[in-house]
Design a protein. Sequence first.
Length: 138
Amino acid sequence: MELAEYCGGLLFLAVLTPDDIREKRISVGKLAAGMMSALIYRIIEGRINAALMVSALVPGVVLLLLAAVFRESIGSGDGLAVMVLGMWTNGLWALLVVCVAIILTGVFAVIYLLGKKRETIPFVPFLLLGMEVLLFYA
């Protein structure tokens, strides 16, 4: 994978993280800008095809389905963010990022609950951290 793809995914998650931490919401405008940027990058690089796009979206679609099933315990914005991340990187990479992020979120949640806090936990910062962990070991 190209360095620009990793950087695009990292930058996208870094832009979303502050809003998700403060507001527990993800801007539709920022999601759209991230998607358009990823598509433009793919078109310019000549690396865009239907199979790649479908596989890139699968991890995010799964999160969207989980959001619907669990009545937004997992936010739909998180699923959309993973879809855009998949467009920047690829579906397998996005899936690995989600897996690492879920593990990191679980560790944080245990520590958070020990402190007797009962607030919702934003997921995008853990996606960003998961991406950084994978890049460190890749």
